[in-house]
Design a protein around this ligand. Structure first.
Ligand code: DLZ
Length: 158
């Protein structure tokens, strides 16, 4: 996995050791569904493997990556939710659509995290083609959904 080698607890002064009481929202874009389902599966399983409870993980689907920011906001404004993980896949095309979507979702997700002062994780693939996406959604380059979940745990101080 291409995350840093720091121990999870080095990122936050909270230093929690038990995440069973933490609540997570995973927001999933339906565009490029085969890829985003694999990202979701990776993120969900990683949270469970680290001690999150099934009932503390909620899922919210949105139509496309552009809608991830608003989906994240709906989740983050719930004070019971500790962290939000956004999963999407924007494949480069021949028009500037790609740039607009990527810029918007990156800025939108950042703003939601700052507004609600809680981790809102950017788990959005931006590959040139579908194969590159699949390679990063459980293929030869791992699963970026796993990494997004690990990032959420690190930001919570786990
Ligand atoms: C319109 C569009 C296109 C062309 N490509 C993608 C994509 O590769 N990945 C993705 O998540 N969403 C795409 N979308 C949909 C937009 O994210 C958005 O749902 C629509 O522009 C409606 O706001």
């Amino acid at each position: 996995m291409a995350t840093s080698n720091k121990s999870l607890s080095e990122y936050s002064s909270k230093n929690i050791t038990d995440i069973s009481s933490k609540k997570f929202a995973i927001v999933v874009s339906e565009w490029n569904e085969d890829v985003t389902e694999a990202l979701y599966s990776g993120a969900y399983q990683t949270l469970i493997q680290h001690g999150a409870k099934k009932e503390n993980i909620i899922r919210k689907n949105v139509p496309g990556s552009f809608e991830l920011s608003l989906g994240a906001q709906w989740c983050a404004q719930d004070e019971n939710i500790d962290a939000v993980i956004c999963l999407g896949c924007v494949i480069q095309g021949e028009t500037r659509h790609f740039d607009f979507i990527c810029d918007a979702v990156a800025q939108g997700i950042t703003l939601v995290g700052l507004k609600f002062n809680k981790p809102v994780i950017f788990g959005v693939l931006t590959p040139e083609n579908q194969q590159q996406a699949l390679d990063r959604a459980g293929g030869k380059h791992g699963n970026k959904g796993d990494e997004a979940a690990i990032t959420a745990l690190k930001m919570l101080g786990f």
